[in-house]
Design a protein around this ligand. Structure first.
Ligand code: NAD
Length: 488
């Protein structure tokens, strides 16, 4: 039974409404639009990351047994870089962008002014719980919004650490954390936000988008998908195998949105690729990978059971060529490679999001592009090849959030590239300036003076005015001269 105290602490619709009103008041005061405020908050965030790295490592150890190196590099390190980039570029990002005007508005000047949306909601996922929570928050702050962060309940240690640290370090009149699960998120989604930034799966994305639609709230949806890796022959196979492993098992043991989901290679080349993967996997994780400290565990028993179901499917259970060991008590599954899986198997019908890597074989490598394009658009797609024509064809024909040639996942670290999906893998993008833009309305501003007031736009509308208007709207300089002299 819920006690009175618990009831009071519950985050319901009423609490959500009070919170949004409070933040709206702060936003209305203009505080968050101020350059100095933004800088102070970004610096505080940087300090938080600097002073609490050990606690962050511990929280991620608790939540998912994430190896410290992965936390230091892909959560804390990436966030520090995002803070540094924002601090360095902020003035430049905030400056109005001068743009050309046209003859129809002559004389005039124009600019695009970035303004914050207002009060925004960030809902984040469990797999990179620090990065996925704070990276959008950096964009929201840089753009001048008040922001509520809802971390994932599936990573509870990180969620409570985020609530504690943001409470201590950030300006709580405009930056807040709400912890909780479906009930709390639903209460948040009932409120009117000025932007919602959601990271997670496509099913919940549809709930988020439906809630946003009620208020015509714009959304960014950072989702996932089945990110393929095409592997050509005549490549440096050892380097390719290592980079596939780093992107798959070295990113949270495959529980990453841009982890390689499956490989496509030719029938002839597949055995060589499998051998290379086996050799490098043993080199990295030893003979007993279930004991390796360098692999995250599966986040919880639901996900563990889901992954085992994929392996137990009759269509693939005989296809394991490496790994397949599991320990439910420790939520561990070893790096597992499956060869020649049928395309209608369970493992090929959903995002794997775990340490299983199926290989599909084709007769000719260029068939792989049709395989990829016949599925929903993935968040990332990779190819390993030395063939320039194939690279060109890949870039031209494969539609995905992002592409990498001869590596996996590292495009994420390039802040000059937008990070986001297309189709089923998401809506909108962020990172670097794209984060600032994701949280800014681009306001069109046209400046005129009282000089040069042409009567052509005012009634009475004469045939000369109509001719001249036609020429002005589309005819170019000569057409305008002709119209002025009465020639149409
Ligand atoms: P999750 O379970 O942590 O859920 C994400 C958020 O949705 C949480 O904050 C949760 O509280 C909320 N939520 C869950 N059910 C809800 C409901 N019924 N109503 C409202 N809110 C609800 O994370 P997940 O979805 O398991 O995350 C994994 C997925 O996210 C994968 O598909 C992965 O590819 C994708 N992902 C994408 C990115 C990216 O940057 N594009 C990054 C990480 C993960």
């Amino acid at each position: 039974m819920t006690t009175e105290l618990e009831r009071k602490n519950m985050f319901d619709n009423e609490a959500g409404s009070m919170l949004v009103n409070e933040l709206r008041e702060t936003f209305g005061s203009g505080k968050t639009r101020n350059y100095d405020w933004k800088v102070s908050q970004l610096k505080q965030l940087f300090k938080l990351l600097n002073f609490h790295e050990e606690e962050i490592i511990d929280a991620l150890r608790n939540d998912i047994d994430k190896p410290p190196l992965e936390t230091v590099a892909y959560e804390v390190g990436m966030l520090k870089n995002s803070c540094k980039t924002a601090l360095k570029e902020l003035k430049h990002w905030m400056a109005p962008e001068k743009v050309k005007t046209s003859i129809t508005t002559f004389p005039s000047s124009a600019e695009i002014v970035s303004e914050p949306f207002g009060v925004v909601l960030v809902i984040s996922a469990w797999n990179y719980p620090f990065l996925l929570s704070l990276d959008p928050v950096i964009g929201a702050i840089a753009a001048g919004n008040a922001v509520v962060l809802k971390p994932s309940e599936i990573a509870p240690a990180t969620s409570s650490l985020l609530a504690k640290l943001l409470g201590e370090y950030m300006d709580n009149s405009s930056i807040r954390v709400v912890e909780g699960a479906v009930d709390e998120t639903s209460a948040l989604l009932q409120q009117k936000w000025d932007k919602i930034f959601y990271t997670g799966n496509g099913r919940v994305a549809r709930i988020v988008m439906a809630a946003a639609a009620k208020h015509l709230t714009p959304v960014v949806l950072e989702l996932g998908g089945k990110s393929p890796v095409v592997v050509d022959s005549n490549i440096n196979l050892q380097v390719a195998a290592r980079r596939i492993i780093a992107g798959k098992w070295g990113c949270n043991n495959g529980q990453a949105c841009i982890s390689p989901d499956y490989i496509i290679t030719t029938k002839d080349y597949a055995p060589k690729l499998v051998d290379a993967l086996k050799t490098e996997l043993e080199q990295f994780y030893g003979k007993n990978p279930l004991e390796s400290k360098d692999l995250s565990r599966i986040v919880n028993s639901n996900h563990f059971d889901r992954l085992i179901r994929l392996l137990d499917d009759d269509k693939v259970s005989g296809k394991i060529v490496h790994g397949g060991e599991k320990d439910k008590s420790k939520l561990r599954i070893s790096p597992t490679v499956l060869l020649d899986v049928p395309r209608d198997s369970l493992i090929m019908s959903e995002e794997i999001f775990g340490p299983l890597l199926p290989i599909i074989t084709v007769d000719k490598l260029d068939e792989s592009f049709d395989v990829i394009n016949s599925a929903p658009k993935p968040l990332a797609a990779y190819i390993f090849t030395n063939n320039n024509k194939l690279k060109e064809q890949f870039v031209k024909t494969v539609s995905a959030g992002g592409l990498v040639i001869n590596d996996t996942t590292i495009h994420l670290a390039v802040h000059t590239l937008p990070f986001g999906g297309v189709g089923e893998s998401g809506v909108g993008a962020y990172h670097g300036k794209f984060s600032f833009d994701a949280f800014s309305h681009k306001k069109a501003v046209l400046y005129r003076s009282f000089f040069g007031d042409a009567s052509i736009r005012y009634p009475p509308y004469t045939s000369t005015k109509t001719r001249l208007m036609k020429a002005l709207m589309g005819g170019g300089f000569l057409a305008i001269i002709r119209a002025l002299f009465g020639k149409s």
